[in-house]
Design a binder for this molecule. Structure first.
Ligand code: SF4
Length: 292
């Protein structure tokens, strides 16, 4: 949607129609064993005036911008005052935009004061897309997420208390064949404590060149098959008590779409999972993804 990006560029699927502006480049963690997203970049916050110039250029190009996503990974890691300045500027230039959002992980949110988060909210930040991946500490350690489940919950609460909507990613299959039950149960427990506005499952799709891929090659990690992933999803849904959270599997990596409002639509979502489990050859075969 906008030229001159520092590629590669990622955004959540639900931000496909948004104006994407890079406030930062890369990911300051860049160490999760399953992730290949920003391996070619070194993290840095872009100069605030450069980002504002991009916003002005976009204003000249687009008469209507429905929403704005501030890339790259973990944009919240940048200085909160500078980020708030960029967001306020974007708000003034694009009054029609319904939301401004960014990625933000617990490792970088936990160091933010409640005042800094409130300042981001007041400047106009509406949603943070937050990678929980798993609520199981052993898995989090194994994949080098850099934070514990308790730190994730604490960071998520701070975001919500600041009035920023929280969209949490869960990575189905991350426990492999061995640890799918602990993954499901501890992830449900963490989500129940977080009570996010959105829960967005994705399914692990190992990428060559990542440490996780190498673990698979050495036989140290055995990927969960489609049936195991569905049983894991079933167990997760059975144990979720996150009233009001929208459950949305809006990602190409997932075997089946499962959408609903918690806790109201739990049975309907479980029925979708059971349908896939009853016809595995139709729904749970190998995935050939060209784009993640
Ligand atoms: S924090 Fe997110 S973007 Fe960064 S390495 Fe981990 S999964 Fe990838």
């Amino acid at each position: 949607m906008f030229p001159d990006y520092d590629e590669p560029l990622f955004r959540p699927p639900c931000e496909a129609g948004s104006l994407i502006i890079q406030a930062t480049l890369g990911c300051p963690h860049n160490a999760c064993s399953f992730c290949a997203m920003y391996k070619t970049k070194r993290f840095r916050a872009r100069d605030t005036e450069e980002v504002k110039a991009d916003l002005r250029r976009a204003r000249l190009m687009y008469s209507h911008v429905p929403s704005i996503f501030l890339a790259d990974g973990n944009t919240v890691a940048m200085n909160s005052e500078k980020l708030a300045e960029i967001i306020s500027y974007a708000r003034r230039l694009f009054p029609e935009a319904e939301r401004i959002s960014s990625y933000g992980g617990a490792r970088f949110l936990k160091g933010k004061s409640p005042e800094a988060l409130r300042r981001l909210r007041e400047s106009g930040l509406d949603i943070i897309y937050f990678g929980l991946e798993s609520g199981d500490d052993e898995i989090l350690k194994r994949v080098n997420k850099g934070v514990t489940s308790a730190e994730m919950v604490e960071a998520a609460r701070k975001v919500k208390e600041a009035g920023i909507r929280l969209s949490v990613y869960v990575l189905l299959g991350l426990g492999g064949i061995e640890r799918w039950e602990q993954h499901a149960l501890n992830t449900a427990r963490a989500l129940n404590l977080m009570r996010p506005h959105f829960i967005r499952p994705r399914t692990l799709y190992p990428v060559p060149g990542t440490p996780l891929w190498e673990e698979m090659e050495r036989g140290e990690f055995i990927e969960a098959d489609g049936i195991t992933v569905m049983r894991e999803l079933r167990l997760l849904l059975e144990n979720l008590d996150a009233e009001g959270a929208v459950f949305l599997s809006d990602h190409i990596s997932n075997y089946i779409p499962v959408h609903g409002l918690l806790n109201r639509d739990r049975e309907k979502m479980l029925a979708s999972v059971d349908m896939a489990l009853s016809r595995p050859e139709e729904f749970l075969g190998p995935r050939y993804l060209t784009q993640l």
